[in-house]
Unconditional design. Sequence first.
Length: 149
Amino acid sequence: MGLFIEDLLNFGNLIDAEIEIKLSPVELKKVYPIFDFDIRDGILSIKVKKKILFLEKTKEVRLSCMDIVVKKEGNKQWIFLKRLSQEDFEELLKESFLLEGERLGIDVMPAVVHTETYQKIPKQFKDKLLINRCKIGIEYLSVFFKFEK
């Protein structure tokens, strides 16, 4: 669903509006350059290469969008995805990721603010966007936003 100027003039119409912003692996890589992202068949893989002497080892964590948990802390909005792999991944925790039990939290807002859809939203409404849900598709991580009251 697109936003219309009439909706923006009458904020009451925005209460039920939902905006989908699709994030590709390339857009996620721009925000987190040391990681490689891959999205396939509803699974988000995050990989990091780690050098040990002359060898290079790749670590990977696989995430699913089942039973999403969303948290907002200031200007950060975290989506917590279920971990499918149990590999220890300390590097992620250093780079704007949170680990809570079986879930890994990703701050997606730095990637969202660079999208064309986000740029079209008027300034006065950008701080009212709240992540409602997400879906891992075939090639994109779709993040759905609603407007806060």
